[in-house]
Design a binder for this molecule. Sequence first.
Ligand code: SF4
Length: 449
Amino acid sequence: MENNSIELHNKLDSINKKYFIETYGCQMNVYDSELVATQLENSGFEKTENIEIADAIFLNTCAIRDKAEETVHNRLSNLHNLKKKKPGMILGVLGCMAQNLKNELLESKPFVDVILGPDSYRRIPELIQSRTQENNNIVDTKLSKFEVYEDLYPSRNEGINAWISIMRGCDKFCTFCIVPFTRGRERSSSIESIVEEAKKCVAEGFIEITLLGQNVNSYRTPEGAFPELLKEIAVIPGVKRIRYTSPHPQDIDDDLLQVMKDFDNICNHIHLPLQAGADRILKRMNRTYTKVEFLNLVDKIRKYMPDCSLSTDVIVGFPGETDDEFLETLDVIEKVEFNSAFMFKYSSRPGTKASEYTDQIDENIKQTRLESLILLQKEKTLIANKKLVGTVQEVIVEKESKKSEHQWAGRTNGNTWVVFDKSNESIKDIIKVLITDARGITLFGQREN
Ligand code: SF4
């Protein structure tokens, strides 16, 4: 009874107040922002796209590279000016940077009112309320062993694809990565709650589900692991496509590949982060596989699903990486012919093991390596796409093409964008498209009747 009246009081206080959330970084942050939006809306706040009129502004931040942090620092300095004009406005920093740099933020940006780590979002309504009353800084960055926000349903924007977070945290401790420190240990939502969420998404009109997790295929519960979960989602009526990201190569096993092969609505696409090609560097990164093991895994995936598309992540210039070791990375790119890749220069993250290595690589060398890697990968993407010319692909009509109002853009099962002329289809239709050309990273085609 008492709780109810506090809730009502909080809600009345927030009525007509507007919130604005800006999201940086990975898809997990996009999902978390949707969770925060639900929390704020349940407390009476309304969403606004106009930051100038917002009563509460949250930046959901990323700590994976120093550039991402710099962007947020600059953004906060700009918002300080807005706050000077509107002293009652609440400015909050959420996510990985809040977790990792709370002391620095408190010191250098004392005008920030709320600092919340990724496991503290459940407390947002209560914290905003006490901030309104007491005008003090509020910080909560305690990591939880259990929090998976199982009972909170995110406030999603309409669309084709709904993201569902199935596990949080990471236990792998790659030496370059800050995630195990900002997001804590691995924990999984129950199969039952994920199936319920997927059914709700279908009822709201989503036709594609992407399962999300820092280490998505480490998902495990007493009722089953990742392959069992995939099976349960695949049989939900109305789920036309299932994707998942990001897996760790170490946890891709026969059971998972068999389930992917068995169900047509599980997309034949695996994001397989390589990171580096040389064994010594992989060991220093604590990636738990060798170059040969990685290549064998690729062969195995292609045995199960010969047309499976593969994407990857690569870091160049990891501490101590020699020219020859970089060539080992290029060799893997050459051999695997990934469909696409996210490629980065190593960025030292204070607090990680790799940041303590004394043999950091010169920025210019990193840049040269990155450029040659991008050049090679571009060739490989084009080769992979050209192989599809002449084939008929199933495509979901997703949106109007950016280049022409007379054309649609949609993705293949393998996650490649296809542009084709409009006829009588509508968004969300699944149609067959004959691929007629491949340019850059895009396919072009025409509808097959
Ligand atoms: S698997 Fe490695 S790179 Fe991925 S989140 Fe965990 S520590 Fe970071």
